[in-house]
Design a protein around this ligand. Sequence first.
Ligand code: HEC
Ligand code: HEC
Ligand code: HEC
Ligand code: HEC
Ligand code: HEC
Ligand code: HEC
Ligand code: HEC
Length: 344
Amino acid sequence: MTGVQVIAVLSTFIPFAGMASPQASNSCASCHPAQAKTQSATGMAHALELVEACEILKTHPVLVFQEAAFHFQITRQGDKSIYTVTDGKRTFRAPLRWAFGLGSAGQTYVYEINGDLFESRVSFYSSPGGLDFTMGDEKIKPQNVEEAAGRPMFDREARQCFGCHSTASVARETLRLDSMIPGLQCFRCHSDSERHALALTSGDLKGAEVRKLTKMSTEQTSDFCGQCHRTWQQVSLSGTLGVNNVRFQPYRLTNSKCYDGADRRIGCVACHDPHQEVVHQVSWYDSKCTACHAAAAHPAAQVCKVSKKDCVTCHMPRIDLPGAHKKFTDHQIRIVRNSDPYPN
Ligand code: HEC
Ligand code: HEC
Ligand code: HEC
Ligand code: HEC
Ligand code: HEC
Ligand code: HEC
Ligand code: HEC
């Protein structure tokens, strides 16, 4: 069903819609093969999946969880996953529709009842490899199976969720699940690129220009990535203190002494190519640090007396975020001394 919808959306701007798979990036692949080749493997490209295609639910055909009086179960049936919650007397039952996240921190499910959307109160976590409470939802004290199963997502919240995790899901402030493409496709970030692709392929070059994100300053990049990863301003205004703000990289990085909004060596894209998977090898980042921290590279950046390699292991510590079952990389680059409290 959704496949048909996706093709319908794409055919409005791909003149060569006869291409193999209904992927929006196909309309860019012929001219930008490097980005198209690797982008589809990134975490961001899979920030949302249809339950039909969800690897975690396919490879974990039965998931269970127990909370006091309530028993939770997610069972694979064909290409569907059925969510049940029972207290022994009454049973709630609904097919899951969307899976948010890859599961390295967590995977949360959204289901629909009579047109209303609900967020599952249990999520999958890669470690321990099973269900636990969706972060923050352990505080809810459910009175019945419906409340135990999940909480209603209000209009604005649903729009924001899908807006950050998918493509073409919001138009004119309205949630448009009919046109939604799971995950981040090229034109979620390159918002004016559909017109550009159409102009270039049709040969009518009016409207062929496209915003060059390569020209953004470091500060602009922080805000650009911060649309979803949250900006410094948003986090400071929200007053999210303590380790809860460790997942907001633009905020943490801006608070680091290394940060200079006009120096591209410390921009998000200096260390992360948004079209490629995150590099996990620590030594890979050394050259990013020594771009400034080397003799004569930068007037104020000093050279480490302790080590010449694997900089991030000591200066970007991994911090456990309670409830998330994941250690996040602290982007507030600094000298870490055990006695120091977590800097806000
Ligand atoms: C028919 C070929 C063609 C197609 C299709 C096409 N592009 Fe382009 N694109 C180009 C060319 C040529 C340029 C260089 C134009 C320039 O530098 O002014 C370009 C430039 C760009 C740039 C600016 C790069 C920079 O310097 O920062 C971006 C971003 C971009 N394209 C994204 C896309 C996306 C996303 C799609 C798919 C929705 C797409 N393009 C489809 C040919 C194409
Ligand atoms: C439209 C929203 C959006 C924008 C814009 C965005 N991100 Fe993301 N990003 C996400 C979401 C959602 C995830 C979580 C993906 C997941 O694990 O499900 C993510 C995950 C990531 C990851 C971790 C991926 C992994 O495999 O663990 C990195 C690194 C990242 N983003 C970097 C960036 C950078 C750098 C920028 C700016 C150039 C950026 N993001 C812009 C939404 C966005
Ligand atoms: C402002 C944008 C934004 C909104 C709104 C948002 N998310 Fe996310 N979400 C992100 C980003 C960015 C990440 C990646 C965080 C990281 O790894 O640093 C993420 C990560 C996640 C993860 C963990 C992904 C993983 O791979 O482990 C889940 C699950 C998730 N979000 C679900 C949701 C749900 C459900 C909603 C709505 C209730 C929601 N998100 C709303 C941006 C957003
Ligand atoms: C998460 C957001 C995001 C997504 C998704 C994304 N891009 Fe980009 N893209 C960027 C940013 C940011 C830059 C600027 C990077 C830089 O300055 O190094 C960029 C740069 C580019 C460039 C210019 C590269 C260069 O070095 O000149 C092209 C071409 C491009 N993107 C095409 C694509 C295509 C094609 C896709 C889909 C397959 C895509 N992008 C998906 C954010 C994104
Ligand atoms: C100086 C290098 C550097 C810069 C600049 C940088 N990062 Fe990272 N980032 C890292 C390292 C190192 C990791 C951990 C990679 C790994 O081993 O998984 C990481 C991981 C991440 C992750 C995955 C979640 C986590 O906490 O492990 C996200 C999301 C992310 N960065 C987003 C951003 C954003 C957004 C920016 C810009 C505000 C940014 N990063 C700037 C080095 C950097
Ligand atoms: C854009 C240049 C730049 C980059 C890239 C950069 N730094 Fe820095 N860093 C600086 C500057 C400048 C200072 C000193 C600022 C000051 O003392 O006011 C600094 C300070 C530091 C400090 C001392 C902080 C403190 O708490 O006193 C450490 C540690 C550090 N950087 C490590 C790193 C590591 C590790 C990386 C790579 C992950 C890195 N830096 C990337 C410019 C940079
Ligand atoms: C084994 C852990 C470790 C590694 C790896 C490491 N550092 Fe350090 N670094 C430290 C400690 C501890 C200090 C504080 C030293 C002190 O104050 O006596 C420090 C200090 C610094 C300072 C402040 C210098 C000053 O004199 O104030 C900078 C900048 C820095 N490191 C950058 C780096 C860079 C860049 C790398 C990688 C090339 C790196 N560090 C690798 C532990 C480490």
